[in-house]
Design a protein around this ligand. Structure first.
Ligand code: ZN
Length: 76
């Protein structure tokens, strides 16, 4: 038996405050279908609770900072 421990990112709705744990593989799937989003920030999801709010990560992931580092000096 393999223990199913998965890394998740906690997302919170800016409208109603609903929280949801988004599994890492779901985020990787969005990376694949929408890679340009990585340049502007983390993926955001429509809230399933209130259906009007936008869910974004509760804590900004460190990877964004590293992402900007990658593009430093771009176009020189
Ligand atoms: Zn909501």
């Amino acid at each position: 038996m393999k223990p199913k421990k998965q890394y998740t990112v906690k997302y919170v709705c800016s409208n109603c405050g609903a929280k949801e744990d988004i599994p890492e593989d779901v985020l990787e799937y969005f990376d694949e279908i929408n890679p340009m989003q990585l340049l502007s920030g983390p993926h955001e999801f429509k809230c399933e609770n209130c259906r009007t709010g936008i869910m974004s990560p509760e804590e900004k992931p460190e990877i964004i900072v590293r992402g900007f580092g990658l593009y430093e000096g771009f176009g020189e």
